[in-house]
Design a protein around this ligand. Structure first.
Ligand code: MSP
Length: 474
């Protein structure tokens, strides 16, 4: 049986999850649900987790006035329970402070070292703590700041261990050449290919000054560079790691901000360790909130939990994923979200299910008429969209189908027809019920908490169930 392995980035724990993190994790969870439905739960593995061995952790723990382990326990728990609360069903949650991770980091480091691709050297450069990376002069903005963090990088001179990334220029280009879908979407692939072609420099992969992290297996005084450490989570969080039958099928879902780490450094590390690289990286875009960049200073950071508490997990999921194309940048508008909720969920799909079931109770005593024709092509299109990771399109197909069912209901005025021509009205009801069946099936993927409630309303082979309100109007 085919296997699928999906991962999200592992998240920094210097802050609590915001809606950007929820977006990435919900999108991945939605793809995972599709594949679980198709292949069976046991054939899909979904990993998420937290990236803890960072200077950010040290600073945040200090700020919170807590010892690091206590701080980490609390934060990891917040991330894990937040994801659980908003309806994410991961198979495992990896923390980079766990023993299993440390072991894997040491194992990989040793393999790469033994292969001759790690050496000691001096490095002077400009380091951005926000990115946890050295930046080239040419990458800074006019004021000499990191373009992402709007802060000047600090001058660092360190004696470090280096990874021979430069050696992997050609092997990486060959890898990309052979695997057209190694990085999607196309725009990101081109960006990375240009970056590789412009020449790769060796990168420093240890820190002598780090207060916290994993020590090198070959030098107690150095800590493993946080990105070198973090990327390895994709192996340490998978039972049996690279020997697992899931590994060859790994799809890393990430944001576009971290493609260089994932699509240049990570495959080079794997090649250097003699491990077959993952199957694909898919880099989604970034979104603004009502047209503005989300930031603490602007005070527009949206909590996924608050939204989910008000509107429900499923609304959060489709509202976010449906707002813009997966793989592109977009905007999430809070005011549109409210409108979307009321028109598409409460007034759209919720109202449709309720009306049909109420009418069948009222006029047919709850009895289901003969089966109508099943419109498989809609389901096929929906499934194809998900296989191509076109999440927004899948959601659009669902809501267009809701629209077509509502149209049928209104155009036939079945509540009048039933009094004039019972047989004709039964045909309409049968068609409507088939449409609802298909909607309930699609809902298993995009509205997973609503789907069982829909099924309950659709009842058994003979009778429909009790009507309920799927989405309360706000
Ligand atoms: N710890 C690293 C990743 C290591 S993976 C081996 C990291 N963590 S992070 O906490 O900063 O989260 C990064 C991810 O959160 C991004 O790649 C992206 O998926 C998501 N997003 C954060 N803000 C976002 C938006 N405004 N919009 C969309 N996604 C956003 O980087």
């Amino acid at each position: 049986m085919m296997k699928k392995y999906f991962t999200t980035p592992i998240y920094y724990v210097n802050d609590i999850p915001h809606i950007g993190h929820a977006y990435c994790t919900l999108a991945t969870d939605t793809l995972v649900r599709y594949w679980r439905k198709k292949l069976g739960k046991e054939n899909v593995f979904f990993l998420t987790g937290t990236d803890e061995n960072s200077q950010k952790t040290v600073d945040a723990a200090k700020l919170a006035g807590k010892p690091i382990p206590e701080y980490l326990e609390g934060m990891a728990k917040i991330w894990r329970t937040t994801f659980e609360k908003i309806g994410i069903e991961f198979d495992d949650f990896i923390r980079t402070t766990e023993e299993r991770h440390l072991k894997k980091v040491h194992e990989l480091f040793t393999k790469i070292h033994e292969g001759g691709d790690i050496y000691k050297g001096k490095y002077t450069g400009k380091y951005c703590h926000g990115c946890e990376t050295f930046l080239k002069e040419s990458e800074l903005d006019e004021e000499g700041n990191c373009p992402d963090h709007k802060k000047p990088p600090v001058d660092l001179e360190e004696e470090n261990y280096f990874f021979r990334l430069s050696k992997y220029e050609k092997p990486l280009l060959e890898l990309y050449e052979k695997n057209p879908s190694f990085l999607e979407p196309e725009s990101r692939r081109n960006e990375i290919l240009n970056f590789i072609k412009s020449g790769l420099e060796d990168i420093s992969i240890s820190r002598e000054t780090s207060e916290f992290g994993i020590s090198l297996p070959i030098d107690e005084n150095h800590k493993v560079y946080v990105w070198f450490d973090a990327l390895i989570n994709y192996l340490s969080g998978l039972p049996d790691g690279e020997k697992s039958e899931f590994w060859g099928e790994a799809v890393h879902i990430i944001g576009k901000d971290i493609t260089r780490f994932h699509c240049v450094i990570w495959p080079a590390m794997l090649l250097a360790a003699g491990i077959k690289p993952y199957k694909q990286v898919f880099a989604h875009g970034f979104f603004t909130i009502d047209g503005q960049k989300m930031s603490k200073s602007l005070g527009n950071v949206v909590s996924p939990v608050e939204l989910a508490e008000k509107y429900g997990n499923d609304a959060l999921r489709v509202g976010l994923i449906g707002s813009f194309e997966f793989g592109h940048d977009g905007d999430f508008s809070l005011s549109h979200f409210d409108g979307f909720y009321n028109s598409k969920l409460a007034g759209g799909v919720g109202n449709l299910f309720n009306r049909v079931v109420v009418l069948i109770h009222k006029f047919l005593d709850g009895k289901k008429p003969e089966e109508g024709e099943r419109e498989e092509d809609v389901l096929t299109k929906f499934n194809q969209a998900l296989e191509k990771q076109e999440l927004q399109r899948a959601i659009n197909i669902f809501f267009e189908y809701v629209g077509s069912a509502n149209q049928l209901l209104n155009e036939t005025e079945v509540w009048k027809l039933v009094k004039e021509d019972l047989e004709a009205s039964k045909k309409v009801f049968a068609t409507l019920l088939q449409k609802l069946e298909i909607l309930a099936e699609m809902a298993e993927v995009i509205l997973p908490e609503t789907a069982p409630r829909m099924r309950k309303m659709l009842g058994n082979a003979e009778k429909v169930g009790e009507p309920e309100i799927l989405f309360e109007r706000k």
